[in-house]
Design a protein around this ligand. Sequence first.
Ligand code: FPP
Length: 267
Amino acid sequence: MWKNWRQLVQGAQKTKKTEEQKGTEILSPSAHVPAHVAIIMDGNGRWAKERSLPRIMGHRQGMQTVKRIVRKADAMGIKILTLYAFSTENWKRPKDEVDYLMSLPQEYLATELDELIQRNVQIRMVGKEERIPSSTLEAIVTAREKTKENTGLILNFALNYGGRNEIIDAVQQIATLIQDKQLTIDEITEENFSHFLYTANLPDPDLLIRTSGELRISNFMLWQLAYTELWFTDCYWPDFTEDDLEEAVRAYQGRSRRFGAITGGRS
Ligand code: FPP
C-alpha cells in the first residue's frame, strides 16, 4: 500500500494536477542562504494612510516592492520565495479593495513575466482556485505553464490561501482514501500528511518574514512553519528594501536551528 503513496495523493487531489506539479522533486535546502523564504507582506494600508492615500495605493506600492524583492531573492540564491498575496480572510474587505488586490497578480505578470522567464524563474500558486476571478487565474495558469520547465527561483504566490483550510482539505482527502480502503490509519505520518498539502513537493520555509510590526502568523502555512525561523520588522511592506531582506537573511544565518534537539548547526 505504501509503495503507491504518490499515486494515492495524486488520485485524491480534487483539482487535477498539472504536469508541472507531478514532475517536481523535493528541493534540498542550502546551508547558508535559506532555501525557502516566506513573506507576510503587511502594512500596505497603513503606508497609504500615513500619506493620506487610498488603501489601494499602498497595495500598488506593495507590488513595486514585490518586483524588487523577487530580483533580490533571485540574486541572493534563494530557491523558493512564497508571498502571501491574499488570504481566505481577505474576502471580508470592501469589494473595491478585493477587486484591486485580485487584479495585481495579472498586472504584475503582464509587466514582469518576460523578465522572470529570462531569469529562469518558475511561477507557482498555493491556495484555492475557486473564487479567484477568471482573468487573474488565467494569468497565473499561463505564467505557470510558460515557466514550468524553469529551474531557477520558484516564485510561489499564496492567493486565496488559508492554513486551516489547507489542513482541512488534506484531512478530507485522507479520510476519503481511508473510507475507500486505499489507505490505513497507521500510514498517516507527518511526512505522508505533508504530501496532501498545497505545498507538496516543496520544502518547508526556512525563514518567515513579516513586515509592519505585527507579531502574528495570520493563518499562513500553519503546518509548514513548525520549525521555521521567524523574523519581524516594523517596516511597512511598501518600504521594505533589498537591504532589509539581506538583514533578515543575516539574522537567520546567526540562528542555531536545533529542530527540537540539543545540538544543531548554524542556519
Ligand atoms: C496586507 O496589508 C497586505 C495584503 C492583504 C496584500 C498584499 C499584497 C501585495 C503586497 C501586492 C501583491 C502583489 C502581487 C504581484 C501579487 P494590509 O492591507 O492589511 O495593511 P494594513 O495592515 O496596514 O492595513
